[in-house]
Design a protein around this ligand. Structure first.
Ligand code: 16G
Ligand code: MG
Length: 545
């Protein structure tokens, strides 16, 4: 096999710190930016191999999403814009952790295992977020691609979903859209304008939305597209990165975890606002009522709004398509209950992490998937898209059915089906509220969340916890699930589960119940059970009150 002199030469400029071990986590590598130079170079190599293997364009996004500014990370994007397949996540970890002298061996190992034809061409799209470390790190990715003589295109500053979109457009020869930022704006804004143009009952007040850009890339990109929406949607953009620090006291993660508005954003009572995260693949909505009470509309509320709207349109269009909602164990029990029992929708539960939900949603004609934290999108099968298209062209369709089919078609175009996308989700939500003439309060009133609580427990090795049933039940350590079951029985409408985090060295505990008091008591008791049965370290968890 070849000796890759260029890899040897360039990799010496991107040396791995001896002994450093990092894992390709739930959504890529993520840690302090100072530790990532060699990882980026090697992901450039790996993306090039993946491109040769798939004979398609592969994406590499440099971002650490909602993490602090000092961190950075990298995500790999597969040909249809989805996240890289699990076997290659394993290769990513192997390649990342090979000591400097073993790099070529690790590389050859992957080439052999995957029987990669090295004379095949390669093409890699690279994007980055606004972190100060991102420029040098994305250059390291580009170096990795050139070390294997791959072709690369540097998109510079883009949101994570924009890069996913570019990859999909490129590999579908433009069928999904133009692989340019301009093409992305054009497709989404056109669809949004189509959707909202006939909504007569929308006042100027209702057209106003405050957006918290988390001082990140989403703010920059929203600024670029804002003028195209002006008449239909009036955006006030806060935390646009001009002064504040990325993700600091703002952004979707802050708002969801703290259950309070981001700093730096002012909205009047009753007005709606939304927050993006640091790479704009996540969104949550909120408002404050006249008593000053904060109301969060998270991924579960978003999934409910979208699936209800789609189901109504399918009925109006007379289309028999199988629609389902995919959630995770973190979905509020009230949302699941409402979707199953009132909306009569199919609901599936998947493991935490976008790739798992995405995969589950692909099994339906229309799969609406959202994590409670605001990651999500809608997938339409090819067959569903074709049926909708046919209906819009059918001369025998009556007006009501045609209108519904046209709305469905524009809905498909406003959605970024490759991955959850804060900008696209925002446009879809705004369009639905406009079409339905619905206020944020009415949306919020569809169902009431059960009180819930999340806690973290430190244990010596979180891998002792193994789960099943989409993380809803623990199979090890022995006795833990039984302990949780008997604690849950003490409270009304209660539910609780534990799982090892995929991004932090902790065990996460979730509890919900009829009242906040019983929820907090349950969360604490389950934390104690984890601490005692799964090797807790440090002080025992203390009661919340
Ligand atoms: C990652 C995932 C997110 C998931 C979270 C869980 C993507 C793009 N991101 O951020 O979906 O909710 O991990 O973190 O898939 P945890 O395992 O620490 O609870
Ligand atoms: Mg993100």
């Amino acid at each position: 096999m070849a000796e890759f002199p260029k890899v040897s030469k360039l990799s010496s400029q991107h040396q791995k710190p001896v002994g450093l071990v990092l894992q390709y986590g739930t959504a890529g590598f993520r840690t302090n930016a100072k530790l990532l130079d060699h990882i980026m170079f090697r992901m450039g190599l790996l993306a090039t191999l993946r491109s040769k293997k798939t004979k398609a364009t592969i994406g590499v996004m440099v971002t650490a999403s909602h993490n602090p500014e000092e961190d950075n990370g990298v995500k790999l994007v597969d040909p249809m814009g989805e996240m890289v397949t699990p076997a290659w996540e394993g290769y990513a970890t192997q390649l990342a952790n090979a000591e400097q002298d073993d790099l070529l061996t690790a590389l050859k190992d992957i080439i052999e295992k995957e029987a990669i034809n090295m004379s095949q061409g390669a093409n890699v799209f690279v994007g980055k977020d606004t972190r100060s470390s991102s420029a040098a790190l994305s250059q390291a990715v580009l170096d990795g691609v050139s070390a294997l003589d791959g072709h690369s295109k540097d998109y510079g500053l883009v949101t994570t979903p924009q890069l996913h979109y570019m990859v999909c457009c490129q590999n579908t020869q433009g069928k999904y859209g133009d692989a340019t930022v301009e093409g992305y704006y054009h497709k989404l804004c056109q669809a949004f304008i189509q959707l909202t143009k006939n909504a007569s009952n929308c006042t100027d007040d209702q057209k106003h939305l405050s957006v918290d850009g988390a001082n990140g890339i989403g703010a920059l990109k929203l600024r670029e597209m804002e003028s195209r929406l002006k008449r239909e949607l009036q955006i006030s953009l806060f935390n646009d990165g001009s002064k504040g620090k990325l993700n600091h006291q703002c952004g979707a993660d802050f708002v969801k975890v703290q259950q309070k508005p981001p700093t730096g954003l002012t909205i009047n009572p009753g007005e709606r606002g939304c927050s993006f995260d640091g790479d704009a693949d996540r969104i949550v909505y909120y408002y404050t009522d006249s008593e000053g009470q904060f109301h969060l509309l998270d991924g579960d509320k978003i999934a409910t709004l979208i699936s209800t709207y789609l189901k109504e349109l399918l009925t109006q269009a007379g289309l028999d398509l199988k629609i389902a909602v995919v959630q995770t164990a973190y979905a509020n029990g009230s949302s699941t209950h409402y979707l199953e029992n009132t909306m009569k929708l199919i609901v599936r539960c998947a493991k935490t992490g976008v790739k798992h939900l995405h995969h589950a949603a692909q099994e339906f004609d229309i799969g609406v998937y959202f994590e409670a934290n605001g990651h999500g999108t809608v997938l339409f099968s090819k067959a569903a898209e074709e049926k909708i298209q046919q209906l819009t062209e059918d001369p025998n369709t009556n007006d009501e059915r045609k209108r519904a089919a046209l709305l469905l078609q524009s809905t498909i175009n406003v959605i970024n089906q490759t991955v959850g996308d804060a900008i696209s989700d925002m446009l879809l939500i705004e369009a639905i509220l406009t079409i339905k003439g619905m206020t944020v309060q009415q949306w919020d009133a569809i169902y009431s969340d059960l009180p819930n609580r999340q806690l973290k427990v430190k244990v010596s090795d979180r891998r002792v916890i193994d789960t099943t049933d989409a993380e809803r039940r623990a199979v090890s350590p022995a006795g833990l699930q039984e302990a949780i079951d008997s604690l849950v029985k003490k409270y009304k409408q209660a539910r609780s589960f534990v799982r090892p985090s995929g991004t932090e060295d902790v065990v996460r505990v979730y509890a919900e119940a009829e009242t906040q008091e019983s929820t907090d008591a349950l969360a604490h008791e389950v934390s104690l059970a984890v601490y005692r049965l799964a090797g807790g370290v440090g002080d025992e968890p203390k009661p919340l009150h």
